[in-house]
Design a protein around this ligand. Structure first.
Ligand code: NAD
Length: 370
């Protein structure tokens, strides 16, 4: 369990506790690493059982954001916020504006966004107090719901996995099992069906699954949340909860590829080793689900949908590089993703430091980016 000592022994740059008796706000912002740029990460609102639990969550999540932004090629660091409150009962204008004014006092070192328990309406209140927020409504120059972009990115990552493992350039005819048909999952189902894949879905909300299957006129099959692990499919696509790849579920999998949007899919690193040993390709979650982060990050420079599409295509190349590295070094994919992130942070930090306080060299050529 996290305590103050954990913070001092850890690698986070800054951890701030904010309280406001007027609005009832109790929140923590953790800035893990700003070597690549300001820390960006969502604000989670959750009824934690203890402050220690909230600290542990914000430390873990903010570190994850550092790796996600680094692998995605973004000039952003990793941070996250938590508000200790019940999202069903405790939301108010004062609470989010109070949180917004605290975010503002960090002077742009941390930029907030939606996460579990918060939505675009909450971001609007935060936006009244600070510019350091993304994921605001389209009418305010924002990019709105990130889920369709996360789904697009997952599709790009899956294309790379299929090429690498199944040696196929098309998804048509392949089968996929989608676990969770929420905001991202339902967009994934549409994309998979549009690409001619055979789609199986499950959700603890069975009615939602049946509505989706009906909308796809029977081309999508509904299974139970437990059955999903046993299906003989090409791809298992976790898009609900974390820790679904564990000692109990991995032996049941018959797929060649695991690739989905859920965060923290591996119950522990050894589960990533076990998948590798069983020759099941695992697309590292933070690399494949970065589409939503990429999309909101564009708001910082003025939102442009064409830029978002171009950036999200990079998930295909990034995944290809991770899989190539994994094959070459005979290393589990999750470890290769960590290496890519750490290498980029180290290299870019060195480059930035080199010219600190000096005139930067004039670039003479043309910048060509994929
Ligand atoms: P969501 O809450 O809208 O959807 C999750 C769905 O999973 C719900 O429909 C829920 O009923 C279902 N579910 C819960 N437990 C289940 C179980 N045991 N079996 C089957 N279904 C179950 O969430 P979302 O925004 O679609 O996100 C899905 C995952 O992707 C999460 O892990 C999230 O952290 C991650 N993610 C989301 C985004 C985004 O843009 N929304 C970005 C990156 C990562």
């Amino acid at each position: 369990m996290a305590n103050v000592e954990t913070i001092f022994q850890g690698e986070h740059e800054q951890v701030c506790f904010f309280t406001d008796p007027v609005s009832g706000l109790k929140s923590i912002v953790a800035i893990h690493n700003t070597q690549l740029g300001p820390a960006l990460g969502g604000c989670r609102m959750w009824k934690y059982d203890s402050t220690e639990q909230a600290v542990e969550d914000v430390l873990r999540l903010s570190k994850g954001m550092t790796y996600k932004a680094a692998v995605a090629g973004l000039n952003l660091g990793g941070g996250k916020a938590v508000i200790i409150a019940d999202p069903k009962k405790d939301k108010s204008e004062a609470l989010f504006r109070s949180f917004g004014s605290f975010v503002d006092c960090l002077g742009g070192r941390y930029i907030t966004a939606e996460d579990v328990g918060t939505d675009v309406n909450d971001m609007e209140y935060i936006f009244m107090e600070t510019n350091n927020v993304v994921g605001v409504a389209e009418t305010h120059g924002g990019s709105g719901d990130p889920s369709p972009w996360t789904a697009k990115g997952v599709l790009e990552g899956i294309r790379a996995c299929v090429e690498h493992r199944l040696k196929k350039s098309e998804l048509k005819g392949l089968s996929v099992a989608v676990q969770g048909t929420g905001n991202v999952g339902r967009h994934l189902v549409d994309l998979f069906a549009a690409n001619g894949m055979k789609v199986f879905i499950c959700d603890i909300d069975r009615k939602r699954c049946e509505q989706i299957a009906e909308a796809h006129s029977g081309k999508v099959s509904v299974v139970s949340p437990d059955e999903i692990y046993d299906l003989d499919v090409d791809i298992f696509c976790p898009s609900a909860l974390g820790a679904v790849l564990n000692e109990k579920t991995i032996p049941r999998l018959k797929c060649e590829i695991v690739a989905g949007s859920a965060n923290n899919q591996l119950a522990n690193p050894e589960c990533g080793d076990e998948l590798f040993k069983r020759k099941i390709l695992y697309a590292p979650d933070y690399a494949i689900n970065a589409g939503g982060l990429m999309n909101v990050s564009i708001e910082l420079e003025g939102y442009d949908e064409r830029r978002a599409n171009r950036m999200i295509r990079n998930i295909y190349y990034c995944m290809g590089a991770i899989l190539g590295h994994s094959a070459q070094e005979n290393l589990p994919e999750y470890r290769c993703a960590d290496r890519v992130a750490e290498k980029r942070i180290a290299e870019i930090s060195r480059i930035k430091g080199r010219y600190k306080g000096q005139a930067k060299p004039t670039f003479q050529g043309r910048v060509v980016r994929r």
